[in-house]
Write a protein that binds this ligand. Structure first.
Ligand code: ATP
Ligand code: MG
Length: 226
């Protein structure tokens, strides 16, 4: 049933399309979705410095951008579609984006973590004001507001695990998958905020204007995701 309905790559895309991906796990885990319609990316962002990669389909190219920038490129139509983590989309807000498919890749969760020797639950119970370091300001703000916990949020751009170890913060809000990074830094996950996976995102105008070109790709992504 799968292969019968799939058009040849040369038949499926008419209008030129740009797909925004970040290098690393999103690039790697998006490849099988493209392979479903016989498309391979020409180039490897890990070894090449090129930021625009052609594919085996002449009318589809891939641009390689920072994970947090993917929604921005798609929102403004510089890319027609892209793949972004739910964590990134929560911070971006999703304006101008259609989010049709949960790809169920790059699975992790966004959690609160604190040093082993910090009694987080007790601090919360006592109504302490907590300093929390994170790159997810929006998500953290909403989480603590909903719990009625007073926090001072400190924006960081990476290596959040370091902040509590050197006294910058009492706790962090960060992504957790296996928990090995937390353990290596003697931190424990004290609250899970949300499950995270990556979504396909599509520029809302492109969806209307390039529907014929996009639809077979969206269908392929949907098939592989489910
Ligand atoms: P960089 O690591 O280059 O600073 P980044 O952290 O934004 O950039 P990635 O690490 O590739 O980029 O993460 C991209 C997306 O993959 C994240 O937005 C998140 O949705 C997901 N992700 C991040 N870390 C993990 C993980 N450890 N396990 C599974 N998924 C993850
Ligand atoms: Mg990362």
């Amino acid at each position: 049933m799968k292969t019968q309905t799939v058009a040849q790559p040369s038949q499926i895309i008419s209008a030129p399309l740009t797909l925004a991906l970040s290098k690393g796990r999103i690039f790697d885990e998006t490849k099988p979705f493209l392979a479903e319609v016989g498309i391979a990316v020409d180039g490897d962002p890990e070894t090449s410095r090129r930021l625009i990669l052609p594919t085996t389909q002449p009318n589809l190219r891939v641009i390689v951008v920072r994970a947090t920038d993917v929604p921005t490129y798609v929102q403004y139509g510089a890319a027609d579609f892209g793949v972004a983590g739910a964590d990134v989309l929560l911070e971006h807000g999703g304006e101008g984006l259609y989010q049709p498919i949960d790809l169920k890749i790059a699975n992790c969760r966004i959690s609160v973590a604190a040093p082993e020797d910090f009694d987080y639950a007790n601090a919360v119970r006592q109504g302490a004001r907590l300093r929390v370091a994170t790159k997810y300001l929006q998500t953290a703000r909403e989480h603590f507001a909903a719990k009625g916990v007073h926090v001072d949020l400190i924006k960081l751009y990476g290596s959040m695990e370091l902040a509590p170890l050197v006294g910058l913060a009492d706790a962090i809000v960060d992504l957790v998958s296996s928990g090995s990074t937390l353990r290596a830094n003697r931190l424990v996950e004290v609250e899970q905020i949300k499950s995270i996976s990556s979504r396909l995102i599509v520029n809302q105008a492109a969806l209307k204007l390039k529907r014929a070109a996009l639809q077979p790709l969206l269908d392929a992504f949907e098939r592989v995701a489910n």
